[in-house]
Design a binder for this molecule. Structure first.
Ligand SMILES: Cc1cc2nc3c(=O)[nH]c(=O)nc-3n(C[C@H](O)[C@H](O)[C@H](O)COP(=O)(O)OP(=O)(O)OC[C@H]3O[C@@H](n4cnc5c(N)ncnc54)[C@H](O)[C@@H]3O)c2cc1C
Length: 403
């Protein structure tokens, strides 16, 4: 429990599970809870249960580095993430809760000719599809972020960057708790410590879920399971194109001088921002070996810290406070997977990998609309599972932050 939860959020935890619901959402992370929130607030659908095996936000939604941005590399993604960014801008007003949303601007630094071309192309594409990104040179970079060593330690010179002024952060657990509160206020039940252990399917139609508290019938089941999605989907005979990879991050102690912008470097494979508490929060790429392990490693810490120091030498005076890991649902094309499956009534929202925090409002809004109307909203139609069968993948690896 933190101060925010104790003093402000009003959560009404139900005691009993009913024998059935119109909608069962498996997974109490940001995507599951946002879907429940929008079902209740936009569509008046409240005979809904969210089932969470631990506590809400205990998965990746409470472990991420909180970056919100829309500077993606394919048109479909730019439109989707731009909408999500705008929903985030309004989320405090809408929920009445302080999620600590802060616009900081994001610098995506290039150190090579190839990197420069990629960032120029990103800026042009973003502008064409409605997201605010501009290409800037070293002097402008230094003005935005004086802490950057433009020589890149003599090995990684800063040649230019794409700058995304709307890039922001928001406090992850506050986002989760605010959405849960809004959903519960509308009548949705959120059951913590309720683990789904099976899916019941009859003649290609979902009937409900087996849990460690008994069977629950459902007209619609949404799997919003983060890194655990493949194992649960397999219980309905579905083989998803998802691999689970650990992703690590760490924070330093308090740094007084403000690091105002979010700084990312593709070639140095790291990104950094400053938290409201003053810590410097640093993330990087996924562990290469697929695994469900939550173990953090010294190897990651030392190599990532070494790369970050090249660009931000002030970090040498700070100490590492904490390190942690999440397990990410990675899709082959680095784009999310949202929509129906071959099992009638069984939906998925997955493939959120290392980039799904920023997508929570738009993903939840779209999945709620799909459940309410039976029609896939045009914003998410390109992200369906069928794209892998129809050879219409949305390769967006260059937008994965550090790829
Ligand atoms: C270190 C790190 C840094 C990241 N940084 C960013 C970032 O800066 N920006 C960004 O946009 N994204 C980032 N991400 C990615 C982002 O956190 C995720 O994509 C997003 O949180 C996914 O939300 P979700 O609701 O799909 O999954 P989760 O939040 O993982 O929720 C899934 C839930 O399902 C529950 N569950 C699992 N199995 C069962 C079961 N059998 N029964 C019931 N419940 C179950 C879990 O306990 C969990 O709470 C980062 C991720 C990590 C790990």
């Amino acid at each position: 429990m933190n101060e925010f939860v104790e003093s402000k959020v009003r959560l009404r935890w139900p005691e009993e599970l009913r024998s059935s619901y119109d909608v069962v959402i498996v997974g109490g992370g940001g995507h599951g809870l946002a879907t429940a929130y929008y079902l209740a607030t936009r569509h008046g659908i409240t005979n809904v249960a969210v089932l969470e095996r631990g506590y809400i936000g205990s998965g990746n939604s409470g472990r991420n580095t909180t970056v919100i941005r829309a500077n993606y590399g394919v048109p479909e993604a730019v439109r989707f993430y731009q909408h999500s960014l705008e929903l985030y801008q309004r989320l405090e007003d809408e929920t009445g809760r302080w999620i600590m949303h802060k616009e900081k601007g994001l610098l995506w630094i290039a150190h090579t000719e190839m990197g420069l071309r990629a960032e120029r192309a990103r800026a042009a594409l973003n502008q064409a599809y409605g997201s605010d990104t501009v290409f800037i040179g070293p002097e402008e970079i230094k003005a935005i972020c004086p802490q950057i060593d433009l020589s890149g330690g003599g090995r990684y010179p800063v040649l230019g960057a794409s700058y995304h002024p709307r890039g922001a952060t928001a406090r992850h657990d506050r986002v989760v708790w605010s959405l849960a509160e809004g959903a519960m206020r509308g009548g949705v039940e959120v059951h913590q410590r309720t683990r789904v252990i099976g899916l019941q399917v009859d003649a290609d139609r979902i009937l409900g879920v087996e849990t460690d508290r008994g069977f629950i019938g459902a007209g619609t089941v949404l799997l919003a399971l983060g890194g655990q999605v493949s194992t649960i989907a397999a219980m309905a005979g579905l083989r998803l194109p998802i691999r689970t990879h650990p992703l690590q991050a760490f924070v330093t102690n308090h740094y007084q001088q403000g690091l105002d912008a979010i700084v990312a470097s593709t070639e140095l494979l790291f990104y950094a921002s400053q938290t409201a508490r003053g810590e410097i929060l640093i993330g990087a790429e996924i562990d290469r070996q697929p695994s469900y392990s939550y173990r953090s490693s010294y190897g990651f810490l030392s190599s990532c810290a070494g790369r970050a120091l090249v660009l931000l030498p002030f970090l040498a005076d700070l100490k590492v406070l904490r390190q942690w890991t999440g397990v990410c649902d990675m899709s082959p094309d680095y784009s999310p997977v949202m929509g129906p499956t071959d099992v009638q009534g069984l939906l998925v929202t997955t493939g959120w990998g290392t980039w799904g925090f920023k997508a929570i409002p738009a993903g939840g809004e779209a999945m709620a609309a799909l459940i309410a109307t039976g029609v896939v909203p045009s914003l998410i139609a390109p992200f369906g599972l069928d794209r892998f069968v129809n050879d219409r993948t949305l390769s967006d690896r260059g937008s994965a932050g550090t790829q």
